[in-house]
Design a protein around this ligand. Structure first.
Ligand SMILES: [Zn+2]
Length: 108
């Protein structure tokens, strides 16, 4: 006999912990955006450099549309995503020595 667990909130799963993701492939990146519409994305150069660290909402078209039809989201630019905006800001301060620049379009 199979014991079924009641459907609990999905957020309680261990693998759904809040954490920053460094995306190297477009597929998982775009999937994360769809799963976390309330999340935040830092778009930056590889390696990250002060003045090139932009904070966006996951719903911003700047981080959902490739600059060129045949280009990759994640190859030319680094994408760091988290549901915790503070975590991305701490990361930017630690990595490039300053806060990320908020996007003027999505105003995160
Ligand atoms: Zn934006």
């Amino acid at each position: 006999m199979v014991t079924e667990r009641a459907d609990g909130p999905r957020e309680s799963r261990d693998n759904e912990k809040v954490g920053m993701h460094d995306f190297r492939d477009d597929g998982p990146y775009l999937g994360w955006l769809d799963d976390h519409p309330d999340g935040y994305v830092v778009n930056t150069t590889r390696p990250p450099a002060i003045g090139n660290v932009m904070l966006h909402r996951a719903t911003c078209h700047h981080v959902r549309r490739a600059p060129h039809p045949d280009s990759s989201f994640t190859r030319e630019k680094a994408k760091y995503a988290s549901t915790d905006r503070g975590e991305l800001e701490r990361w930017a301060r630690h990595t490039v020595g300053g806060p990320p620049q908020p996007c003027g379009i999505c105003k995160p």
